[in-house]
Design a protein around this ligand. Structure first.
Ligand code: HEC
Length: 173
C-alpha cells in the first residue's frame, strides 16, 4: 500500500514539474539572447559530466608542457576559437551575446576544473544543443589546445596582442 502512495505522489510531482516547466517556457519564450538561469546551467553541466564517456574523464594530457606547443595552439585558437570565445578567452564576444548557452569564461573554475580528458572530448566532439562545434581534428592538435586553455588565465599582454593580430579580420571585436 505504502509503495502505491509513493508512486502516486511521484506521478503527481512529475506532472506538476512538467506543468511548471511548460508555464515557464510559455512565459519566457525561446530567446537565445537571455542568460540561462543558474539552476539550468548547473543541471546542464551535471548532465554533461554524466554523459561524458568515463574513459575520457580520467585522461591526462600526454604532451609535456612546451612553449612551441603553446605557440602552435595559440595560432589555432586565434583562427578557430577566438571568434566565439574571445582573444582573452573571457567569452565576451559579439557572437556570444546571441548564443544560448553563452560562451563561458575559460579562466573561471567552471572550465579550469574540468579534467584534461573532458576538455579534449569537448574540443573534439563539441557540445550538443549549444553553439560549440565538434572540430574532430588530430589528437595531438587537440591536446595542444587543452594545454593552451590551461594557459589562458596566465596569458601575457604580448600573447594577447598576437592572438588579436592572428584572428581572421571579420571576427575581430
Ligand atoms: C561558434 C562558436 C564557438 C566556436 C567557434 C568555438 N566554441 Fe567552444 N564553446 C562555445 C559555446 C557556446 C560553449 C558553451 C557550451 C555550453 O555551455 O554547453 C563552448 C564551450 C567550450 C568548452 C567548454 C568550457 C566549459 O567551461 O564548459 C571548451 C573547452 C571549448 N568550448 C573549447 C573551444 C575550442 C578549443 C574552440 C576552437 C577549436 C572552440 N571552443 C570554438 C562556442 C564556440
Amino acid at each position: 500500500m505504502k509503495r502505491r502512495y509513493l508512486l502516486i505522489t511521484l506521478f503527481v510531482l512529475l506532472i506538476a514539474a512538467g506543468g511548471l516547466a511548460y508555464r515557464y517556457l510559455q512565459t519566457h519564450g525561446f530567446s537565445a539572447r537571455v542568460e540561462p538561469h543558474p539552476l539550468e546551467e548547473a543541471l546542464a553541466l551535471t548532465v554533461r559530466k554524466l554523459v561524458t564517456p568515463s574513459s575520457y574523464l580520467k585522461l591526462k594530457n600526454p604532451l609535456a608542457e612546451s612553449p612551441v606547443y603553446l605557440a602552435e595552439a595559440r595560432v589555432h585558437y586565434a583562427d578557430h576559437c577566438a571568434v566565439c570565445h574571445g582573444a582573452d578567452g573571457s567569452g565576451k564576444t559579439k557572437i556570444s551575446k546571441g548564443l544560448y548557452p553563452p560562451t563561458p569564461d575559460f579562466s573561471a573554475a567552471r572550465t579550469q576544473e574540468l579534467s584534461d580528458g573532458e576538455l579534449f572530448y569537448i574540443i573534439r566532439e563539441g557540445i550538443r544543443f549549444s553553439g560549440m562545434p565538434g572540430f574532430g581534428g588530430s589528437d595531438k592538435e587537440n591536446w595542444k589546445l587543452v594545454q593552451f586553455i590551461r594557459h589562458i588565465p596566465n596569458l601575457s599582454s604580448e600573447e594577447l596582442e598576437m592572438i588579436r593580430s592572428e584572428m581572421p579580420k571579420r571576427s575581430k571585436q
